[in-house]
Design a binder for this molecule. Structure first.
Ligand code: THU
Length: 136
């Protein structure tokens, strides 16, 4: 699966966002090792803290279905769904990626006009705490 295709799927996922409080819409498309793609969007809540990010929606859907091996995720977001720059996943979502992914897991951060930046998980979450490194 090309980064272009995964980014396009993240943009489609963004249209599913439920973001009546922030107005900030986010979409994610998670590529599993077997080629399956899981989409996710942010889902907000009137009580604010139960809000879930798009990335975690995608991961939790995939993990529920039995997936444990992941290759890449594309993410995009913007106020009212208008993308103005590369979208960096929040720290909580990076830690969820750490739970299931290796250092070479790819994060495609979609920007305006079909652009994206790609970083590895090791780059965006250095010195991380992980089950594999610290709990065995
Ligand atoms: N959000 C995400 O979906 N992913 C992130 O990585 C950062 C933030 C959502 C949560 C909230 O609904 C909105 O963006 C504004 O923070």
């Amino acid at each position: 699966m090309s980064p272009e295709k995964l980014v396009a799927m993240a943009k489609e996922a963004m249209t599913h966002a439920y973001a009546p409080y922030s107005g900030y819409k986010v979409g994610a498309a998670l590529l599993c090792a077997d080629g399956t793609v899981y989409s996710g969007c942010n889902i907000e809540n009137a009580s604010y803290t139960p809000t879930i990010c798009a990335e975690r929606t995608a991961f939790f859907k995939a993990v529920y279905d039995g997936h444990r091996d992941f290759k890449a995720i594309a993410v995009c977001g913007g106020k009212d769904g208008v993308i103005t720059g590369a979208f960096p996943p929040c720290g909580v979502c990076r830690q969820v990626m750490r739970e299931f992914c290796e250092d070479d897991f790819l994060i495609h951060m979609a920007g305006a006009e079909g652009t994206w930046e790609t970083h590895t998980l090791a780059e965006i979450l250095p010195c991380s705490f992980s089950a594999k490194k610290h709990m065995r």
